[in-house]
Design a protein around this ligand. Structure first.
Ligand code: C2E
Ligand code: CA
Ligand code: CA
Length: 533
């Protein structure tokens, strides 16, 4: 009699289940729907209790996770998969990569990957025959853990598949930040009516993954309509009941004998299959992809030194639209907004991207004009990638960011530094800043040049007395001065002779405070005492 076991019961017989093979692995093939060949399979955990019958992952996996037993079960699955692959290799049955599931409950065990490697090496399985499936939600509450794990797995040569893609909200962001080799798109999260919103989301995601050149496997595909639809939008890799339910090892071996296999390649070679014409039709490329994307994005055509913008998203308008309408932007050639120098920079970047077939970046100034703001000059960072090519006509995907404010701030700092340097050159002023928390002193250029002070003086002011720059008999007075500043004095001044000839200087300090009124820095200056002072 099949019976759903309670958490207590499951935990009670967990060790025994592992020992006696009640916990075992089923395999579900991944098929290329276009060729009918098998490209891989997924290992799925099963638990058949001798008395209570089949238990379901949706019931027992959460229990194992809560009790920190899942990593043991997952290691067991991994070992089963290795044994399975070993048997195929021994019997000379051609194998396909088999993916196994890894969750954040596994990777919080620091030695998890080492343990996997030990098992793999014990059975001597080539790493290409083992893929890792990791879920997007593993990234929740700590991207570092996942990125670190990904790096380790990649270093060891494992291909990593992102599981259940599309189930979370941050999907596209996650995709940008995690370097995965395959994306698994679960139809069950997205489907409903493939002609409607679900379909739009799916095709947009597939489109996006093509630009990233990452193959997609559609999971949970139950009907031929779903499979055909996925194929029609350029995703032929299918895993689901349509082809096969998860089956036990023996039956899977039979399938391996029957199916032809093929290696999983990138979803398609974008450049050769790109239908550039599509971008002309405003209804063909769903707006969604763009509007879901994190930043401003545009698609444009580049031909004979001219650009036509084909498509932009809402955030593009925000970033560099400057109150222009979408229509105004679509009708304008961005090339016209550049002066000669910036045009050259931009074109060089496009040409680099054409040659490298990779992302290339530049920062350029553009002259823009809008009815509301009038003429203006903005600085834009563009990351461009060629996504299509016909005879001397290129289609680009660009991500843009308006960095005018940052740039101006940077230029202002540069400018004030320059002015400061010039002023001190001319005014017979030495200037420096003293940072209370670190006891560091940073002198101006003149101090360095004329007085030989290094760029940073640690443990200030000890060294200036040690080197004899300030006379020793002023030591107590000077320390007292700094102490007062540290205690909150806003301004202090004194006459101190520089030892070099004991020429008197007028030393002034002004303190800068943080928002709590705590002293941060003191700005010091020294000017020659002129007659009459
Ligand atoms: P998952 O990793 O997303 O696995 C795919 C699930 O979809 C499997 O459910 C599979 O049987 C089911 N499925 C495949 N094709 C279809 C279809 O066409 N229609 C429908 N309705 N379902 C389909 P399963 O085996 O019940 O596993 C459920 C979840 O339990 C898995 O989701 C995975 O998150 C977890 N799981 C399974 N095995 C393991 C394991 O060895 N280790 C860990 N940590 N988790 C596992
Ligand atoms: Ca999975
Ligand atoms: Ca999945």
């Amino acid at each position: 009699m099949a019976k759903r076991m309670t958490g207590q019961e499951l935990i009670g017989c967990f060790d025994e289940a592992l020992r006696n093979g009640h916990i075992f692995v089923c395999y579900q093939p991944k098929i290329n729907h276009t060729t009918g060949r098998m490209i891989g399979a997924e290992a799925l955990m099963r638990w058949k209790h001798p008395e209570f019958g089949m238990q379901y992952p949706s019931d027992f996996i959460p229990v194992l996770e809560e009790n920190d037993l899942i990593y043991k079960a997952d290691l067991h699955v991994f070992e089963d998969v290795c044994k399975f692959q070993k048997a195929l290799l021994t019997d000379r049955i051609s194998a396909v990569p088999i993916s196994f599931n890894m969750s954040r409950h596994d990777i919080i065990h620091e030695d998890y990957i080492d343990l996997l490697e030990k098992i793999r090496i014990k059975y001597d399985i080539p790493v290409r025959l083992l893929h890792v499936e990791i879920t997007e939600s593993s990234a929740i509450g700590g991207m570092e853990l996942v990125t670190g794990t990904l790096r380790k797995l990649h270093e060891l040569g494992y291909k990593v598949e992102m599981d259940d893609f599309g189930s979370g909200y941050s999907s596209l962001n996650v995709l940008k930040d995690l370097d995965v080799d395959v994306i698994k798109l679960d139809m069950r999260f997205l489907s409903g009516d493939i002609g409607g919103r679900g379909g739009t989301i799916i095709s947009s995601i597939v489109q996006m993954t093509k630009w990233l050149n990452t193959p997609v496997v559609a999971e949970g595909v139950e009907t031929i309509e779903q499979a055909d639809y996925m194929k029609s939008i350029g995703c032929s890799y299918i895993q689901g009941y349509l082809y096969s339910k998860p089956v036990e090892a023996e039956e899977f071996t039979e399938k391996l004998r029957r199916f032809d296999h093929e290696p999983a390649a990138a979803a398609m070679d974008l450049i050769s299959t790109m239908d550039a014409g599509k971008f002309w039709d405003p209804n063909s490329l769903e707006t969604l992809i763009f509007n879901n994307y994190v930043g401003g994005a545009a698609i444009f055509r580049y031909q004979n030194g001219k650009c036509d913008i084909l498509r932009i998203n809402q955030k593009y308008m925000k970033e560099i639209g400057m109150n222009m309408t979408e229509k105004e932007i679509l009708c304008s050639d961005p090339m016209d907004s550049f002066d000669e120098e910036n045009k050259q920079i931009f074109e060089d970047t496009l040409n680099r991207a054409i040659r490298s077939c990779d992302e290339e970046s530049c920062e350029t100034w553009r002259n823009v004009c809008s009815k509301i703001c009038g003429p203006d000059r903005i600085c834009v960072r563009s990351d461009v990638r060629m996504i299509g090519k016909a005879e001397n006509e290129y289609i680009f995907y660009a991500m843009v960011r308006n960095i005018t404010a940052e740039k101006k701030r940077f230029m202002a700092v540069e400018d004030s530094e320059r002015k400061f340097r010039m002023a001190s050159e001319h005014a017979n002023v030495y200037a420096w800043e003293y940072i209370f928390s670190t006891k560091q002193m940073r002198p101006c250029y003149r101090c360095m040049r004329d007085l030989g002070v290094p760029a940073v003086v640690e443990n200030y002011p000890d060294p200036v007395f040690e080197t004899g720059l300030f006379p020793m008999d002023y030591k107590d007075m000077y320390y007292e001065m700094l102490r007062k500043l540290e205690d909150g004095a806003e301004k202090l001044e004194a006459i101190i002779p520089l030892t070099v000839g004991r020429i008197p200087f007028h030393v002034r300090y002004t303190t800068e405070f943080d928002e709590n009124g705590k002293p941060l820095k003191a700005y010091g200056s020294a000017t020659l005492v002129v007659d009459g002072e």
